[in-house]
Design a protein around this ligand. Structure first.
Ligand code: MN
Length: 258
């Protein structure tokens, strides 16, 4: 996808600007029907805009590049299966439903419920895209520290050191109020990295940043194994972080938008 196509698919489609928007278009996994896996990048996660302009293709649940039990013991198989096949699927369904309702609204020229369905697009859209990235940045071979020189340099410049980043990221993710995400993101205007919290999927997120490393801290992401010990789960997550995938996302984001 070239830059123009990228911008069109990102900005010209729906208002997924925010943590979900740019990042999802960069590296969310493609749909299974596209024959790709969660490990691949591309326009992904975004439905095709070919065909009927009022009814773009539906979003689909991305396949994982690893099995549900592959991240044991850090993340258990039952949690992974429920999380991917039930929870993530519900965001995909909710997003498609909201978009269909908005297509209907355009057809009827009746926007009485546009506020409701727009909020649904924000919630389920961010939910879908963040989960897609979340699966993509985990690996049974993960953990440790990034090796990519540019990513290491960016982390050092933005946070002081990898250790300081890690402490900040773990603290922020552990302290998200109620349900949400801790997110390492790239901010394109000044080419720097930020750590922030997203409540639910979409609140409190700096707009137009590209999520590089989101961790899901909704209870469904950890409660079976970790119960109330979210911090333990966050620290365990660091053992499955696929830093090569994070570095790939970082380079793609800079290439497209830098
Ligand atoms: Mn989740």
């Amino acid at each position: 996808m070239n830059r123009r196509d990228y911008l069109r698919s990102t900005l010209g489609g729906f208002a997924f600007i925010g943590t979900a928007g740019l990042g999802s278009a960069l590296s969310a996994p493609s749909s299974p029907s596209a024959g790709k896996t969660a490990a691949l990048s591309g326009s992904a996660g975004m439905a095709s805009f070919a065909g009927n302009h009022n009814h773009p293709a539906e979003y689909e649940l991305p396949q994982l590049a690893y099995s549900y039990d592959a991240l044991e013991p850090h993340i258990d198989a039952q949690t992974m299966e429920l999380h991917h096949s039930i929870h993530h699927q519900s965001y995909v369904n909710g997003l498609n439903n909201a978009l269909a309702k908005l297509a209907e609204a355009r057809e009827k020229n009746d926007f009485a419920l546009v506020k409701h369905w727009s909020k649904e697009v924000g919630f389920h859209g961010a939910g879908h895209f963040l989960h897609a990235v979340f699966w993509d940045v985990m690996s049974p071979d993960g953990g440790g520290e990034p090796e990519d020189a540019d990513l290491v340099r960016a982390i050092n410049a933005s946070f002081g050191s990898f250790e300081k980043f890690k402490a900040h990221y773990i603290a922020a993710s552990s302290a998200v109020e109620a349900s949400g995400w801790g997110i390492l993101a790239w901010e394109p205007f000044h080419d720097r990295l930020l750590v922030f919290q997203a409540e639910k999927h979409q609140n409190l997120s700096p707009m137009v940043t590209v999520p590089l490393l989101p961790i899901d801290v909704w209870e469904h992401a950890y409660y079976l194994r970790y119960q109330n010990r979210r911090g333990d789960y966050v620290r365990a997550f660091m053992n499955v972080v696929d830093w090569d995938a994070v570095a790939r996302r970082f380079h793609e984001a800079r290439r497209m938008l830098g």
